[in-house]
Design a protein around this ligand. Structure first.
Ligand SMILES: NC(=O)c1ccc[n+]([C@@H]2O[C@H](COP(=O)([O-])OP(=O)(O)OC[C@H]3O[C@@H](n4cnc5c(N)ncnc54)[C@H](OP(=O)(O)O)[C@@H]3O)[C@@H](O)[C@H]2O)c1
Length: 296
């Protein structure tokens, strides 16, 4: 079983690598499998020729795509590049997976929604992205569904953070230690997701009988940690856990304009993933504590 993980230097790619390395150490793998982790150096998604060349020489049973153009604000200026990575490269990966008879696991985002619903989003709700990043990610999802009616799985997640690289938690820890007070947006609601939890879910799905044994129609699933909060509450909890004395002031999105518009409320309903794969989801506060523990 050859499993390719694309995006080895990103938050999710590194989290998957961390778990796989631990599993190998304690020999927890139920089925012999070889994981191959690649980053931009080995597989540059900005070039269709590079992608073709890489897969001409390499065949896989499962392809997990954790790579993406994730800079939401910069995407407004770099639409072509964002579209190449989040849409056209994904389309090509879907064709390759289909030709190689490989399963494809792809990660998408809550930003495919406009955030105007007052109910948690279901997988069947109609997306309506309000920024370039969301539009390109949705185009990637649609390409997968068109090319692979079977054997692909798309997981939409939200507010991803980790002990790796720059994210909201690392930024708050840094700013909170430098400043006495901070203003943080309180009118955007959603669910944070600890990257290790998502990595665990992906690896559990791969081991799951339903994924392994049955030819499956392509599915979208929603996954985040449990709970719904604003960025303001998220910042306050980060400071509370770390006992950082920094006063947090709630502000509106209007008071903090950004190049890309952000959806107001992207809470996602996760019943489909929990029921299909019989899994429990950690509450955001518990996972945040775990993540901050690993910063030390
Ligand atoms: N971060 C969030 O808050 C969030 C929220 C919802 C959904 N998601 C989705 O979750 C997934 C994982 O996100 P993440 O936070 O782990 O992302 P990340 O930390 O930003 O990592 C993305 C990775 O993609 C790679 N990449 C970018 N352009 C590439 C190219 N041309 N060729 C090859 N690789 C390229 C980057 O490589 P380099 O390291 O070389 O730059 C980086 O390692 C993505 O699909 C994202 O859209 C993220």
């Amino acid at each position: 079983m050859r499993i390719l993980v694309i995006g080895k230097n990103g938050q999710l790619g590194r989290s998957i690598q961390k778990i796989v390395d631990t599993d190998i150490k304690i020999d927890k793998r139920p089925i012999p499998s070889e994981y191959i982790f690649v980053g931009r150096e080995e597989l540059d998604l900005s070039s269709d020729k590079n992608i073709s060349r890489y897969f001409d020489n390499n065949k896989f049973n499962i392809i997990i795509n954790c790579a993406a153009y994730t800079q939401v604000d910069r995407a407004e200026q770099q639409e072509e590049l964002a579209n190449q990575i989040n849409h056209l490269a994904v389309k090509q990966l879907a064709s390759i997976a289909s030709n190689q008879q490989a399963r494809l696991i792809h990660i998408s985002t809550d930003y495919v929604f406009d955030g105007e619903s007052n109910k948690p989003y279901l997988e069947t709700d109609v997306p309506n992205p309000i920024n370039v990043y969301g539009r390109t990610k949705l185009a990637g999802e649609k390409a997968i569904k068109t090319i692979m009616s079977m054997d692909a799985l798309v997981i939409r997640t939200s507010w991803l953070y980790s002990e790796y690289s720059n994210n909201f938690v690392s930024t708050m820890l840094k700013l909170g230690r430098e400043r006495d007070e901070l203003s943080v947006v309180s009118d955007q609601m959603g669910s944070p997701t600890y990257s290790t939890d998502l990595a665990d879910v992906i690896l559990e799905i791969i081991k799951h009988k339903k994924f392994r044994d049955e030819a499956q129609t392509t599915q979208i699933y929603h996954y985040s940690n449990e709970g719904e909060i604003s960025w303001y509450e998220f910042a306050k909890q980060i400071f509370k856990i770390e006992k950082i004395e920094c006063k947090v002031h709630p502000i509106t999105s209007q008071q903090y304009p950004t190049p890309a518009k952000r959806p107001r409320n992207t809470l996602m309903n996760k019943d489909k993933i929990t029921e299909t794969f019989s899994m429990n989801i950690y509450n955001w506060k518990k996972s945040l504590k775990t993540c901050i523990y690993y910063y030390k």
